[in-house]
Design a protein around this ligand. Sequence first.
Ligand code: ADP
Ligand code: ADP
Length: 225
Amino acid sequence: MGDVTLEHLIKRYDDVTAVNDVSLDIEDGEFVTLVGPSGCGKSTTLEMIAGLTTPSEGKVSIAGEEVTRLPPKDRNIAMVFQNIALFPHLSVRENISFGLELRDYDDEEIDDRVERAAETVQMEGTLDRMPDELSGGQRQRIAIARAIVREPAVFLMDEPLANLDAALRVHMRTELQRLHKELGTTVVYVTHDQEEAMTMSNRLAVMNEGEVQQFAGPLECYNRP
Ligand code: ADP
Ligand code: ADP
């Protein structure tokens, strides 16, 4: 249900081609990482999957449906970014439920879903706290809970661990792998950190200057003789 197909995607800005003819077939349930140096087009590619950036050319399909020109809310996706912004004046519970279209659920179902999402990121004890009472890693988990509460078919993450310290980053890698297994959703993940990409992904799309140079498993991408 969560397969993602990119066909000949191009994104041009005035003086630069950020993404230059990218085609990828991402399978349902796969963890795919876009990796490569700063400026190679990773974020722009992810933004086009998310519906935050409109391609100059090409097509994006999610679960077999073309979504190239649909807004983010009409795609079966959820996103987590590097600069997580929880609402400081809302409790953890309210921050997580903010990810739901509240009018679509009754109170009981909202509570249920919020509690399940909090359990998944192992933060069920913090629902009544405020964001400023949490550590950076805990806040990042809440941002993840806010995304998974929607139970998306596709989960998009752009450097979600970049602002965490090294130890926490390594720990969160394991957590994200566990989460991926548990939820069974497709993940498209962006990082410039090769090691992070290698430990978590089923396949890597290695990008350079707007192009995908290789799309393969981690060993094949980095252990070439
Ligand atoms: P990455 O995520 O790999 O660092 P980006 O996708 O952010 O790369 O950027 C790819 C290229 O496109 C860079 O040269 C960047 O400066 C340029 N770019 C990205 N967004 C814009 C924009 N809104 N306007 C102009 N140029 C942009
Ligand atoms: P990344 O961490 O992916 O390298 P950047 O710092 O390059 O991100 O870009 C952050 C945001 O700024 C993105 O939304 C991108 O589209 C936009 N952006 C990047 N480069 C430019 C640019 N040259 N002109 C305008 N916007 C840009």
